[in-house]
Ligand binder design. Sequence first.
Ligand SMILES: Cc1cc2nc3c(=O)[nH]c(=O)nc-3n(C[C@H](O)[C@H](O)[C@H](O)COP(=O)(O)OP(=O)(O)OC[C@H]3O[C@@H](n4cnc5c(N)ncnc54)[C@H](O)[C@@H]3O)c2cc1C
Ligand SMILES: *[C@@H]1O[C@H](CO)[C@@H](O)[C@H](O)[C@H]1NC(C)=O
Ligand SMILES: *[C@@H]1O[C@H](CO)[C@@H](O)[C@H](O)[C@H]1NC(C)=O
Ligand SMILES: *[C@@H]1O[C@H](CO)[C@@H](O)[C@H](O)[C@H]1NC(C)=O
Ligand SMILES: *[C@@H]1O[C@H](CO)[C@@H](O)[C@H](O)[C@H]1NC(C)=O
Length: 548
Amino acid sequence: MRVSSFGLLLAWVTTTVHGSAGESQEVARTKNIAIIGAGAAGSSAAYHLQKYAEQENFNVNVTVFEKAGRIGGRTLTVNAYDSPAVPVELGASIFVNVNHIMYNATRDFNLSVNDLEATLAGGDITAIWDGKTFVYESVSGQSWWWDAAKMWWKYGTSPYYAIKMVNRVVGSFLRLYEKPYFPFRSLTQRVYELDLASITSITGEQFLRQNKARLPRRRFQSIMYMLTRLYPDQPELLARYHPSCHAETMVSFATDGAVQILGGNWQIFDNMVQSSKASVYKNTAVASISLSPQHEASAPKYQLSTKEVSSEQTEDYPVTFDKVVIASPWQFSNISAQEGVIRHSIDSIPYTKLHVTLFTSPFSLRPGFFGLEPGSKAPSTVYTTLGADEEPHKGAEGVGRTGFYSVSTLRTVINPNTAKLEYLYKIFSAEAVSASFLSDLLGAKVPETFTTVHKEAETKDAGVDVISWYYPHWFYSYPIELPRVTFQDPIIGDGLYYTSGIESFISTMETSALMGMNVARLIADDITEATDENEATVETHSYSNEEL
Ligand SMILES: Cc1cc2nc3c(=O)[nH]c(=O)nc-3n(C[C@H](O)[C@H](O)[C@H](O)COP(=O)(O)OP(=O)(O)OC[C@H]3O[C@@H](n4cnc5c(N)ncnc54)[C@H](O)[C@@H]3O)c2cc1C
Ligand SMILES: *[C@@H]1O[C@H](CO)[C@@H](O)[C@H](O)[C@H]1NC(C)=O
Ligand SMILES: *[C@@H]1O[C@H](CO)[C@@H](O)[C@H](O)[C@H]1NC(C)=O
Ligand SMILES: *[C@@H]1O[C@H](CO)[C@@H](O)[C@H](O)[C@H]1NC(C)=O
Ligand SMILES: *[C@@H]1O[C@H](CO)[C@@H](O)[C@H](O)[C@H]1NC(C)=O
């Protein structure tokens, strides 16, 4: 079911006739479109807008403003040892094959992928730890299906139902890509229509319980574990499977391979922006959006002011825009909107503050840290969960007594300075990692000053032989998944669009890219229908002609 309908996806996009737009058209003025933010959502919006314009023969002049000096947003790669030969994902690290936009872009831009399954060194053990004991452990060198089989014997058909449920959810979700569900003016409406509210409005544990699997927490954790075994090396997704979090990640766990782009996932978005032919202003933050005094009521125009990072000065941007896409969580964008610009106010959504710490070391994880006998082998990847005696909490408190979400050995790397083999680690935690934690974890002394000196900056010479390269960072990573049934809709004003509402539903590169594509389609429909009929009908169309 999941795969069979793929061929049909979006096929309609190329064949649908939007009025009589085309050669017979009189000189329709080219629309100026601003996209604020070039993460997954903004890049995809630019890319798809250009695609639709080519396919349907209309003109757009797209300008992308990006506060950072690079494309990708929360999808970013850093270089271990400051060496481009050792790239490592700091932000969004994996996607799966059923992620159509990501998958198609990989193919269309000729990017190479890392098959994560293959990079898992034989003998590596992944485990779930509750701070006292291992709730679950994989068996060295065995593949996920062996775990699945064992689970079957132990728990009967419950895991099977869990997998089936995931597939059902993914199947429903993918309909969002298809007519008549695509494009959508209301995500809330679609979630309801596709019966996805049943997962967004309850927590993960409740979800599994309601859906056949009546399980005590232990078993829930085992199922969660098995699902994650389908994709090794995905602590960010598992962190969200933590009991303090939400079931939304179901959609991320389709049962196809997990991949990442060799050299960094950001390349997908960089290629999208390049092939969109948009004018791109990096290191340029949009500071304000206001209505142009010259606009007509039926067709508002927006003026932007921008600020270059290097300057204190805010400047008015010389072009007025017919459409503006805000492609960043509003509350972190630091944009002021003149009264009357935003017609549907944007809710402030609580985001998890997640610390991601990358480092290299010749030391392996100390078995004693996890209460294992000296001389035994510590698991290479440890996810944490709450102990049976711990109460679940939301947000940072939810992490429980272990204090961290995961520690993973990503791979072995050659230290270019010493030519020695070392380990590359990634820690996800609710608070910044301390030197004493690192000392305890590695069984070697890391000086107290180490973690205080290295704040947000990369280090040239850590000055210690225990940790040879250290990169701490934190993100407002994704919304704290409070059960929700309503979502910020993509149209927030007349010709004003917003992509981040989808993050309260699911926050992944693919879903943000889907919202970018959705907004591109809504804009394309508006442009082609407006040139066909009459400018004055645009506004009516935006608000009354909801496609339900
Ligand atoms: C640590 C971590 C791990 C993750 N792991 C995964 C994973 O494995 N798989 C997955 O699919 N997803 C993962 N995610 C989630 C994923 O990164 C996000 O869902 C997705 O990247 C969001 O994209 P976006 O374009 O909506 O927002 P963003 O990526 O945040 O992009 C917004 C952009 O807007 C820019 N901007 C903001 N304000 C302004 C302004 N005023 N003017 C101009 N520009 C502005 C920002 O600089 C930024 O580039 C992870 C996230 C984090 C933090
Ligand atoms: C992905 O590519 C396939 C094959 O070209 C196409 O049918 C499908 O519509 C594309 N999907 C998206 C989301 O671009
Ligand atoms: C197209 O956009 C660019 C970048 O914003 C701008 O410099 C140019 O003037 C625009 N062209 C028209 C015809 O408005
Ligand atoms: C990808 O490779 C194919 C075949 O080698 C080539 O035709 C195509 O132009 C390439 N596309 C890009 C974006 O480089
Ligand atoms: C937010 O914008 C204001 C006004 O443009 C600016 O003075 C301030 O430094 C910005 N804050 C951040 C955190 O970027």
